[in-house]
Design a binder for this molecule. Sequence first.
Ligand code: FCB
Length: 484
Amino acid sequence: MTTTEASPTTPAATERSFPPGFVWGTATASYQVEGAVAEDGRTPSIWDTFSHTPGRVAGGDTGDVADDHYHRFREDIALMKRLGMASYRFSVAWPRITPQVSADALGPVNEAGLAFYSTLVDELIAAGIEPAVTLYHWDLPQALEDAGGWTARTTSERFAEYAEVVAAALGDRVRTFITLNEPWCSAYLGYASGVHAPGRTEPAAALAAVHHLNLAHGLGAAAVRRAAPGARVALTLNLAWVRTEGSRKADHDAVRRVDGLQNRVFLDPVLRGRYPADVLLDTASVTDWSFVREGDLALIHQPLDVLGVNYYSPTVVRAWDGSAPRAENDGHGDSAHSPWVGSTDVEFPELPGEKTAMGWSIDPRGMTELLLRIHREHPGLELLVTENGAAYDDVVVAGQVHDVERTRYLRDHLAAVLDAVEAGAPVRGYYLWSFLDNFEWGYGFSKRFGVVHVDYATQERTVKDSALWYASVVSRNAVPAVVG
Ligand code: FCB
């Protein structure tokens, strides 16, 4: 018997348990699932504008209706309950809360918008499901983009005021507030490569956005603490496990630079109160960073209760020597403009091996490496996996979806989380992306990440096999030990 085999007669050896109290959940985001974009006072976000601009989103899809979660949240929560989920991570749509916001003033609070989330929270709690709230998952009010968006400092200031409103309204029932989801995407995909809203392609603007998103996190964290002193404040980053298969000095330098742009430009100001010197140098030809004002880093460097980590796929880089067209398999969509500001001589080779329907390579080791790196560099910082999952081209056959590949992906990534936990990383929970198939940004409805299938014509929900498998993991607080 090899070490990876377990005897069928010893049940304990056939599964690996998570620590007691480990939180199991699923995640969604407002624009991806809610629909009801013109209801109860909501005004347009940058994603409404972007998705309604021809050529921006595959198939011309928009979030106008999406999963109609705004009207169907009760049945969705009932389904979560049936599957035994302990927590639900959702995001609040800023344009529902302060629909008249401008660069200068937050404007009046829209009680109907707040009431929607308050009811959602009540419904979750009644179902025994803990709400975890993301305050910003990319649906910036369009009026703020018209005033500069994340390139403008006023956006960070208004964000903090909005965060305070939401925390004051929900903080009596919500324990975890995540300020931002993946500021990397907001900044670089929104302002450099332009594959996300607002679709701008200005490298210097992307770095200004990085800073103002960091500032929004810091101001927002302080605002949440003022309004809800008992709450846990978190930030969710899509950190990358960056490596190279090259051996040249330039290949290792490419690793350092991409690590700087993706990981350290967020981690260092938030957790250490400084920008990494090498990133400032690498980007010196793009901007002088004069948008960083005195005192900003102290504002950004707030205590962080939990770091949310989103991990899907590994990042492999090498130096581009110009001898062949630059390989751009970074998994972040097609654009003539690189999101890798100041690092256009880095390339992202196509990797052999299995990929998901996004074309993303699968390597669960990255999950373990990432969690352990954060633990090493920031010991004591609690971690949550706030997203992980996979898109596949699912089909419903006789009311069932046999998504074997997704189940395998989840099983291997959960085992990888547990490897990190067993090596000491304080990972407190895992949120599967996503509960429902939904509007996958620039890919529209063409990519399905849900463990519950959605028929967009009828809004019918069909539980996929992976959801049933995940439910059994949740109920046992354990994953199967045998990999095969
Ligand atoms: C993440 C986003 C999430 C979803 C997944 C697939 O980058 O946070 O909204 O689109 O990717």
